[in-house]
Design a protein around this ligand. Sequence first.
Ligand code: UD1
Length: 338
Amino acid sequence: MKKILVTGGAGYIGSHTVVELVAEGYEAIIVDDFSNSSAQVLARLKSIICREISFYQGSVSDKEFMNRVFEENHIDAVIHFAAYKAVGESVQEPLKYYENNVGGTIALLEVMKENKVDHIIFSSSATVYGMNNISPLTEDLSTSAINPYGYTKLMMEQILTDLALAHSDWSVTNLRYFNPIGAHESGLIGEAPNGIPNNLMPYITQVAVGKLQELSVFGNDYDTHDGTGVRDYIHVVDLAKGHVLALKHNLENKGVAVFNLGTGIGYSVLDMVKAFENVNGVKIPYAIKDRRPGDVATCYADASKANDILGWKAEKTLQDMMRDSWRWQSSNPNGYEG
Ligand code: UD1
Protein backbone atom coordinates (compact mmCIF):
# COMPACT_ATOMS: atom_id res chain seq x y z
CA MET A 1 0.00 0.00 0.00
CA LYS A 2 1.48 3.37 -1.05
CA LYS A 3 1.91 5.86 1.78
CA ILE A 4 1.01 9.44 0.97
CA LEU A 5 1.97 12.35 3.21
CA VAL A 6 -0.77 14.99 3.13
CA THR A 7 0.42 18.36 4.46
CA GLY A 8 -2.52 20.50 5.54
CA GLY A 9 -4.59 17.31 5.60
CA ALA A 10 -6.96 18.69 8.25
CA GLY A 11 -7.88 21.64 6.02
CA TYR A 12 -10.85 22.01 3.69
CA ILE A 13 -9.44 20.48 0.49
CA GLY A 14 -6.89 18.31 2.33
CA SER A 15 -9.48 16.51 4.46
CA HIS A 16 -11.68 15.70 1.45
CA THR A 17 -8.61 14.43 -0.40
CA VAL A 18 -7.72 12.13 2.51
CA VAL A 19 -11.18 10.52 2.22
CA GLU A 20 -10.71 9.86 -1.52
CA LEU A 21 -7.13 8.60 -1.07
CA VAL A 22 -8.25 6.03 1.48
CA ALA A 23 -11.21 5.02 -0.73
CA GLU A 24 -8.72 4.29 -3.53
CA GLY A 25 -6.49 2.13 -1.34
CA TYR A 26 -3.73 4.60 -0.36
CA GLU A 27 -2.55 5.11 3.20
CA ALA A 28 -2.70 8.78 4.20
CA ILE A 29 -0.45 10.37 6.81
CA ILE A 30 -1.58 13.85 7.81
CA VAL A 31 0.70 16.68 8.93
CA ASP A 32 -1.14 19.81 10.09
CA ASP A 33 -0.40 22.58 12.58
CA PHE A 34 -4.12 23.51 12.95
CA SER A 35 -3.30 27.13 12.10
CA ASN A 36 -6.43 27.23 9.95
CA SER A 37 -8.13 23.95 10.84
CA SER A 38 -9.34 21.95 13.81
CA ALA A 39 -8.45 18.76 15.65
CA GLN A 40 -12.15 17.89 15.31
CA VAL A 41 -11.50 17.08 11.65
CA LEU A 42 -9.56 13.97 12.65
CA ALA A 43 -12.49 12.46 14.58
CA ARG A 44 -14.85 13.31 11.72
CA LEU A 45 -12.50 11.70 9.19
CA LYS A 46 -12.36 8.61 11.35
CA SER A 47 -16.13 8.24 11.28
CA ILE A 48 -16.23 8.70 7.50
CA ILE A 49 -13.49 6.22 6.66
CA CYS A 50 -14.04 3.90 9.63
CA ARG A 51 -10.41 3.72 10.62
CA GLU A 52 -7.68 5.60 12.46
CA ILE A 53 -5.46 7.93 10.39
CA SER A 54 -1.81 8.64 11.16
CA PHE A 55 -1.50 12.21 12.25
CA TYR A 56 1.39 14.47 13.25
CA GLN A 57 0.79 17.94 14.65
CA GLY A 58 3.42 20.42 13.53
CA SER A 59 4.57 22.78 10.81
CA VAL A 60 6.17 21.81 7.50
CA SER A 61 8.67 24.59 8.20
CA ASP A 62 10.03 22.61 11.18
CA LYS A 63 12.63 20.41 9.50
CA GLU A 64 13.49 18.39 12.59
CA PHE A 65 9.84 17.50 13.08
CA MET A 66 9.37 16.72 9.38
CA ASN A 67 12.48 14.53 9.32
CA ARG A 68 10.95 12.48 12.10
CA VAL A 69 7.73 12.06 10.09
CA PHE A 70 9.72 10.80 7.10
CA GLU A 71 11.92 8.54 9.26
CA GLU A 72 8.92 6.92 10.96
CA ASN A 73 7.05 6.29 7.71
CA HIS A 74 8.11 4.95 4.34
CA ILE A 75 6.53 7.77 2.33
CA ASP A 76 6.06 7.33 -1.41
CA ALA A 77 4.69 10.77 -2.33
CA VAL A 78 3.59 14.07 -0.83
CA ILE A 79 0.43 16.09 -1.50
CA HIS A 80 1.27 19.57 -0.28
CA PHE A 81 -1.73 21.68 0.80
CA ALA A 82 -0.31 23.40 3.88
CA ALA A 83 -0.34 27.15 3.17
CA TYR A 84 -2.07 30.39 4.11
CA LYS A 85 -4.77 31.44 1.65
CA ALA A 86 -6.42 34.74 2.57
CA VAL A 87 -5.74 37.28 -0.18
CA GLY A 88 -6.49 40.38 1.93
CA GLU A 89 -4.36 39.21 4.85
CA SER A 90 -1.49 38.50 2.45
CA VAL A 91 -1.54 42.17 1.42
CA GLN A 92 -1.46 43.26 5.09
CA GLU A 93 1.16 40.72 6.19
CA PRO A 94 3.27 39.77 3.18
CA LEU A 95 6.22 38.40 5.18
CA LYS A 96 3.94 35.99 7.02
CA TYR A 97 2.78 34.63 3.64
CA TYR A 98 6.21 34.42 2.01
CA GLU A 99 7.73 32.82 5.10
CA ASN A 100 4.98 30.24 5.65
CA ASN A 101 4.06 29.41 2.05
CA VAL A 102 7.38 29.74 0.22
CA GLY A 103 9.66 29.08 3.22
CA GLY A 104 7.53 26.11 4.30
CA THR A 105 7.63 24.61 0.81
CA ILE A 106 11.42 24.96 0.57
CA ALA A 107 11.84 23.30 3.98
CA LEU A 108 9.52 20.47 2.92
CA LEU A 109 11.43 19.93 -0.35
CA GLU A 110 14.76 19.85 1.49
CA VAL A 111 13.45 17.19 3.86
CA MET A 112 11.99 15.22 0.94
CA LYS A 113 15.38 15.39 -0.81
CA GLU A 114 17.24 14.22 2.30
CA ASN A 115 14.81 11.31 2.62
CA LYS A 116 14.88 10.48 -1.10
CA VAL A 117 11.19 11.11 -1.70
CA ASP A 118 10.81 12.78 -5.09
CA HIS A 119 7.08 12.75 -5.90
CA ILE A 120 5.03 15.83 -5.07
CA ILE A 121 1.56 17.13 -5.95
CA PHE A 122 1.22 20.84 -5.30
CA SER A 123 -1.90 22.81 -4.43
CA SER A 124 -1.78 25.77 -6.81
CA SER A 125 -4.54 28.11 -7.88
CA ALA A 126 -6.19 29.68 -10.91
CA THR A 127 -5.00 32.95 -9.33
CA VAL A 128 -1.72 32.39 -11.26
CA TYR A 129 -3.53 33.29 -14.52
CA GLY A 130 -3.59 36.91 -13.30
CA MET A 131 -5.82 39.68 -14.63
CA ASN A 132 -5.16 39.69 -18.37
CA ASN A 133 -5.90 36.23 -19.75
CA ILE A 134 -9.22 35.45 -21.43
CA SER A 135 -11.28 32.43 -20.29
CA PRO A 136 -11.43 29.53 -20.93
CA LEU A 137 -7.96 29.38 -19.39
CA THR A 138 -5.48 26.80 -20.67
CA GLU A 139 -2.40 25.67 -18.77
CA ASP A 140 0.04 27.13 -21.33
CA LEU A 141 -1.08 30.76 -20.81
CA SER A 142 1.25 33.32 -19.25
CA THR A 143 1.11 33.60 -15.46
CA SER A 144 1.22 36.61 -13.16
CA ALA A 145 0.10 37.77 -9.73
CA ILE A 146 -1.35 40.89 -8.17
CA ASN A 147 -1.07 40.13 -4.46
CA PRO A 148 1.40 38.34 -2.15
CA TYR A 149 -0.83 35.24 -1.90
CA GLY A 150 -0.80 34.92 -5.70
CA TYR A 151 2.97 35.51 -5.80
CA THR A 152 3.53 32.72 -3.28
CA LYS A 153 1.58 30.29 -5.53
CA LEU A 154 3.61 31.42 -8.57
CA MET A 155 6.90 31.13 -6.68
CA MET A 156 6.09 27.69 -5.32
CA GLU A 157 5.19 26.46 -8.83
CA GLN A 158 8.49 27.91 -10.10
CA ILE A 159 10.57 26.35 -7.32
CA LEU A 160 9.03 22.94 -7.98
CA THR A 161 9.54 23.29 -11.73
CA ASP A 162 13.20 24.27 -11.29
CA LEU A 163 13.74 21.34 -8.95
CA ALA A 164 12.36 18.87 -11.49
CA LEU A 165 14.49 20.46 -14.23
CA ALA A 166 17.63 20.13 -12.11
CA HIS A 167 16.94 16.57 -10.91
CA SER A 168 15.48 14.27 -13.53
CA ASP A 169 14.20 11.78 -10.93
CA TRP A 170 11.62 14.22 -9.56
CA SER A 171 7.93 14.11 -10.41
CA VAL A 172 6.10 17.39 -9.86
CA THR A 173 2.39 18.01 -10.46
CA ASN A 174 1.07 21.55 -10.12
CA LEU A 175 -2.73 21.54 -9.77
CA ARG A 176 -4.45 24.85 -10.46
CA TYR A 177 -7.79 24.89 -8.66
CA PHE A 178 -10.67 27.07 -9.71
CA ASN A 179 -13.29 27.82 -7.00
CA PRO A 180 -13.83 24.85 -4.66
CA ILE A 181 -17.20 24.77 -2.86
CA GLY A 182 -19.49 22.07 -1.46
CA ALA A 183 -18.70 19.52 1.22
CA HIS A 184 -18.61 15.78 1.83
CA GLU A 185 -22.11 14.36 1.53
CA SER A 186 -21.98 13.07 5.12
CA GLY A 187 -22.10 16.71 6.30
CA LEU A 188 -19.23 15.88 8.68
CA ILE A 189 -16.43 17.82 6.97
CA GLY A 190 -16.55 21.09 5.05
CA GLU A 191 -15.18 24.60 4.79
CA ALA A 192 -14.84 26.39 8.14
CA PRO A 193 -13.27 29.80 7.57
CA ASN A 194 -11.92 31.78 10.53
CA GLY A 195 -13.95 34.94 11.12
CA ILE A 196 -15.94 36.58 8.35
CA PRO A 197 -15.56 34.60 5.11
CA ASN A 198 -13.71 36.19 2.18
CA ASN A 199 -15.12 33.80 -0.40
CA LEU A 200 -18.60 33.78 -1.90
CA MET A 201 -19.99 30.36 -0.95
CA PRO A 202 -19.24 30.38 2.79
CA TYR A 203 -20.59 33.92 2.87
CA ILE A 204 -23.86 32.77 1.28
CA THR A 205 -24.23 29.83 3.67
CA GLN A 206 -23.51 32.03 6.70
CA VAL A 207 -26.21 34.47 5.57
CA ALA A 208 -28.56 31.50 5.12
CA VAL A 209 -27.88 30.20 8.63
CA GLY A 210 -28.41 33.70 10.10
CA LYS A 211 -24.83 34.44 11.17
CA LEU A 212 -24.51 37.28 8.64
CA GLN A 213 -27.24 39.71 7.61
CA GLU A 214 -26.85 40.05 3.86
CA LEU A 215 -24.48 39.25 1.04
CA SER A 216 -22.54 42.10 -0.55
CA VAL A 217 -22.36 41.52 -4.29
CA PHE A 218 -19.09 43.08 -5.41
CA GLY A 219 -20.05 44.90 -8.61
CA ASN A 220 -22.88 44.49 -11.14
CA ASP A 221 -21.27 46.36 -14.02
CA TYR A 222 -18.89 43.70 -15.31
CA ASP A 223 -19.06 42.58 -18.91
CA THR A 224 -20.92 39.34 -18.03
CA HIS A 225 -24.49 38.11 -18.68
CA ASP A 226 -25.91 39.84 -15.58
CA GLY A 227 -23.04 42.20 -14.70
CA THR A 228 -21.75 40.17 -11.72
CA GLY A 229 -18.46 38.25 -11.62
CA VAL A 230 -18.33 34.83 -13.27
CA ARG A 231 -16.30 31.95 -11.76
CA ASP A 232 -15.78 28.22 -12.24
CA TYR A 233 -17.16 26.61 -9.05
CA ILE A 234 -16.08 23.01 -8.51
CA HIS A 235 -17.33 20.53 -5.92
CA VAL A 236 -14.56 19.82 -3.41
CA VAL A 237 -15.16 16.05 -3.74
CA ASP A 238 -14.56 16.25 -7.51
CA LEU A 239 -11.42 18.25 -6.74
CA ALA A 240 -10.29 15.62 -4.22
CA LYS A 241 -10.80 12.87 -6.81
CA GLY A 242 -8.68 14.90 -9.22
CA HIS A 243 -5.83 14.69 -6.71
CA VAL A 244 -6.01 10.90 -6.58
CA LEU A 245 -5.82 10.64 -10.38
CA ALA A 246 -3.02 13.24 -10.47
CA LEU A 247 -1.16 11.18 -7.86
CA LYS A 248 -1.44 8.03 -9.97
CA HIS A 249 -0.04 9.95 -12.97
CA ASN A 250 2.70 11.49 -10.82
CA LEU A 251 3.82 8.09 -9.53
CA GLU A 252 4.13 6.79 -13.11
CA ASN A 253 5.77 9.81 -14.80
CA LYS A 254 8.86 11.97 -14.24
CA GLY A 255 9.18 15.72 -14.80
CA VAL A 256 6.66 18.53 -14.40
CA ALA A 257 2.96 18.43 -15.24
CA VAL A 258 0.42 21.22 -14.79
CA PHE A 259 -3.34 20.67 -14.73
CA ASN A 260 -6.37 22.90 -14.29
CA LEU A 261 -8.98 21.42 -11.98
CA GLY A 262 -12.25 23.13 -12.84
CA THR A 263 -15.54 22.29 -14.51
CA GLY A 264 -15.13 24.55 -17.54
CA ILE A 265 -18.47 26.22 -16.72
CA GLY A 266 -18.83 29.77 -15.40
CA TYR A 267 -21.60 30.99 -13.08
CA SER A 268 -22.18 34.57 -11.95
CA VAL A 269 -22.63 35.69 -8.34
CA LEU A 270 -26.37 36.12 -8.94
CA ASP A 271 -26.60 32.68 -10.62
CA MET A 272 -25.12 31.27 -7.41
CA VAL A 273 -27.54 33.15 -5.17
CA LYS A 274 -30.54 31.98 -7.24
CA ALA A 275 -29.30 28.39 -7.38
CA PHE A 276 -28.82 28.34 -3.60
CA GLU A 277 -32.33 29.70 -3.03
CA ASN A 278 -33.94 27.26 -5.48
CA VAL A 279 -32.15 24.15 -4.25
CA ASN A 280 -32.40 24.84 -0.52
CA GLY A 281 -35.53 26.99 -0.25
CA VAL A 282 -33.72 29.64 1.80
CA LYS A 283 -33.73 33.31 0.79
CA ILE A 284 -30.39 35.15 0.53
CA PRO A 285 -30.79 38.91 0.99
CA TYR A 286 -28.14 40.81 -0.94
CA ALA A 287 -27.04 44.35 -1.79
CA ILE A 288 -24.98 45.49 -4.76
CA LYS A 289 -21.70 47.12 -3.67
CA ASP A 290 -18.57 48.44 -5.38
CA ARG A 291 -16.26 46.09 -7.20
CA ARG A 292 -13.65 44.35 -5.02
CA PRO A 293 -10.12 45.43 -6.03
CA GLY A 294 -8.25 42.69 -7.88
CA ASP A 295 -11.34 40.84 -9.14
CA VAL A 296 -11.61 39.88 -12.81
CA ALA A 297 -14.97 39.80 -14.62
CA THR A 298 -14.73 36.19 -15.74
CA CYS A 299 -12.54 33.23 -14.81
CA TYR A 300 -13.20 29.64 -15.88
CA ALA A 301 -11.08 26.70 -16.88
CA ASP A 302 -10.41 24.83 -20.02
CA ALA A 303 -10.45 21.51 -18.17
CA SER A 304 -9.69 19.31 -21.18
CA LYS A 305 -6.04 18.57 -20.33
CA ALA A 306 -6.91 16.85 -17.03
CA ASN A 307 -9.63 14.93 -18.87
CA ASP A 308 -7.30 13.81 -21.71
CA ILE A 309 -4.28 12.90 -19.57
CA LEU A 310 -5.65 12.00 -16.14
CA GLY A 311 -9.07 10.75 -17.24
CA TRP A 312 -10.59 13.18 -14.74
CA LYS A 313 -13.76 15.18 -15.16
CA ALA A 314 -15.87 17.03 -12.60
CA GLU A 315 -19.09 15.06 -12.21
CA LYS A 316 -21.13 16.87 -9.59
CA THR A 317 -23.72 19.46 -10.56
CA LEU A 318 -24.34 22.98 -9.29
CA GLN A 319 -27.33 21.54 -7.40
CA ASP A 320 -25.04 19.03 -5.66
CA MET A 321 -22.70 21.87 -4.67
CA MET A 322 -25.56 23.95 -3.27
CA ARG A 323 -27.15 21.06 -1.39
CA ASP A 324 -23.87 19.83 0.11
CA SER A 325 -22.65 23.32 1.11
CA TRP A 326 -25.93 23.90 2.91
CA ARG A 327 -26.03 20.49 4.58
CA TRP A 328 -22.57 21.17 6.02
CA GLN A 329 -23.31 24.73 7.17
CA SER A 330 -26.78 24.02 8.58
CA SER A 331 -25.64 21.01 10.59
CA ASN A 332 -22.43 22.79 11.73
CA PRO A 333 -23.47 26.46 12.10
CA ASN A 334 -20.21 27.25 13.90
CA GLY A 335 -18.00 25.03 11.80
CA TYR A 336 -15.94 22.67 13.96
CA GLU A 337 -16.42 24.80 17.09
CA GLY A 338 -19.04 23.28 19.38
C1 UD1 B 1 -10.45 34.19 -4.38
C2 UD1 B 1 -9.12 34.85 -4.51
C3 UD1 B 1 -8.17 33.89 -5.20
C4 UD1 B 1 -8.06 32.61 -4.38
C5 UD1 B 1 -9.45 32.02 -4.14
C6 UD1 B 1 -9.32 30.91 -3.11
C7 UD1 B 1 -9.48 37.25 -4.62
C8 UD1 B 1 -9.45 38.47 -5.48
N1 UD1 B 1 -9.24 36.10 -5.23
O1 UD1 B 1 -10.95 33.86 -5.68
O2 UD1 B 1 -6.91 34.48 -5.33
O3 UD1 B 1 -7.27 31.67 -5.06
O4 UD1 B 1 -10.34 33.00 -3.61
O5 UD1 B 1 -10.56 30.37 -2.83
O6 UD1 B 1 -9.71 37.32 -3.43
N2 UD1 B 1 -18.07 37.84 -4.19
C9 UD1 B 1 -19.11 38.67 -3.80
N3 UD1 B 1 -19.34 38.84 -2.46
C10 UD1 B 1 -18.60 38.20 -1.50
C11 UD1 B 1 -17.55 37.35 -1.91
C12 UD1 B 1 -17.31 37.19 -3.26
O7 UD1 B 1 -19.80 39.27 -4.63
O8 UD1 B 1 -18.85 38.40 -0.30
C13 UD1 B 1 -17.84 37.62 -5.64
C14 UD1 B 1 -16.46 38.03 -6.12
O9 UD1 B 1 -16.43 39.39 -6.48
C15 UD1 B 1 -16.26 37.07 -7.29
C16 UD1 B 1 -17.02 35.81 -6.86
O10 UD1 B 1 -17.93 36.24 -5.87
O11 UD1 B 1 -16.88 37.58 -8.45
C17 UD1 B 1 -16.12 34.74 -6.26
O12 UD1 B 1 -15.33 35.31 -5.22
P1 UD1 B 1 -14.44 34.40 -4.23
O13 UD1 B 1 -15.27 33.30 -3.70
O14 UD1 B 1 -13.78 35.32 -3.25
O15 UD1 B 1 -13.37 33.74 -5.19
P2 UD1 B 1 -12.31 34.42 -6.20
O16 UD1 B 1 -12.28 35.88 -6.09
O17 UD1 B 1 -12.56 33.86 -7.55
